[in-house]
Design a protein around this ligand. Structure first.
Ligand SMILES: *Cc1c(COP(=O)(O)O)cnc(C)c1O
Length: 345
């Protein structure tokens, strides 16, 4: 496939001369920094502007995920990457994005904030991609397709062959959000980046890494796309506090693996315990750190759990999710309390 990223870029972005910060103009090591109007007194660790290119972090992450640093964009949550992708590739009122509900709500919200229309093609009843319907819906104006695998709120992985077929046929950019991939048995789609220049993979430090409050997410793609995201982001999107903290936290990857396997064990235990309850209709198979559970009276169950001090997510008004609550897998003690509360209902 011939892929011309220049042709896909919004004209104003294609011709944009990016802001160059002091840290762009000079990047080496110097004796005295008088280039950025900073306060020279180092009473705090934060008196200098942070690295807008996140060089050290990208280098360290690159070795963890086995991709070169120029394939990695770091944003203020993966939500920032979603926002920038829409900004870069969609002209409001002209181009559209396609999503497959039920799925993560931010694709639609961010498209709408940009005045970009959203085409929706429902997943099939078993929560897989409806390929014929997607093929039929895609138009020349469709610039981005957002898929989520494992999908939120359904919890399942999307079929890889199905994703590859869409990726191969689509002339625009396919974004696969892998926020929950660490909880799945599959390795994710990064191996496809070498053959598919129109693929963007989103990852986040908010879930398996336990850093939701820090706000860091990633877009993984070929350098042509990554460099566009770096050109249009706010220069200092990750604070020095964020960059320093994450740099150190990356050393904890073994503990993160232990948490992941414990959460997977608990997911199985929770699923078995819930399935024996008479008012649980269905527990959807999960490749993520949550369960989508269909109850006979979801509103009643939701309010009852709230009265026990337990808050879950009501997804019962989402398409294909009638009756469903989404329950995050907690600590063993938290899961015990949830199971006890529901057994007493
Ligand atoms: C939680 C979640 C994210 C994470 O977003 P951040 O902005 O990185 O915190 C991304 N995508 C999906 C589908 C999610 O559920």
């Amino acid at each position: 496939m011939t892929f011309d990223i220049e042709a896909l870029l919004r004209p104003n972005i294609r011709h944009l001369k990016p802001y160059t910060s002091a840290r762009d103009e000079f990047q080496g090591k110097a004796h005295i920094y008088l280039d950025a109007n900073e306060n020279p007194f180092d009473d705090t660790p934060f008196h200098r502007y942070p690295d807008p290119h996140h060089q050290d972090l990208r280098q360290k992450i690159a070795s963890l995920i086995d991709l070169p640093p120029d394939h990695i964009f770091l944003g203020n949550g993966s939500d920032e990457a979603i926002d920038l992708l829409i900004r870069a590739f969609c002209t409001p009122g002209k181009h559209t994005v396609l999503t497959c509900p039920p799925t993560y709500g931010m694709y639609e919200v961010l498209a709408q904030t940009h005045g970009v229309d959203v085409q929706q093609v429902l997943l099939t009843p078993d929560f897989q991609l409806n390929e014929p319907a997607i093929r039929q819906a895609v138009r020349p104006s469709t610039r981005l397709i957002f898929l989520c695998s494992p999908n939120n709120p359904t919890g399942n992985l999307l079929s890889r062959p199905s994703i590859v077929r869409i990726l191969t046929a689509f002339q625009g950019i396919l974004v696969v959000d892998e926020a929950y991939i660490d909880f799945a048995d599959a390795p994710g789609l990064t191996d496809l980046l070498s053959t598919h220049p129109n693929l963007v993979i989103l990852r986040t430090f908010s879930k398996a890494w336990g850093l939701a409050g820090l706000r860091v997410g990633m877009a993984l793609a070929r350098p042509e796309i990554i460099s566009v995201l770096y050109r249009i982001k706010l220069p200092y999107n990750l604070s020095q506090a964020t960059q320093s903290y994450l740099y150190t936290a990356l050393d904890r990857h073994r503990e993160v693996q232990q948490h992941i396997s414990l959460i997977r064990t608990e997911r199985h235990r929770l699923s078995c315990a819930l399935s024996s309850l008479p008012f649980v209709r269905q527990i959807h198979p999960s490749d993520a750190n949550f369960l989508l559970v269909r109850f006979s009276d979801p509103q009643h169950t939701y309010r009852y759990l709230l009265s026990c001090g337990i808050v879950v997510r009501d997804r019962s008004r989402q398409p294909l999710c009638q009756g469903c609550l989404r329950i995050t897998v907690g600590t063993p003690a938290e899961n015990d309390q949830l199971i006890q509360a529901l057994s007493d209902l």
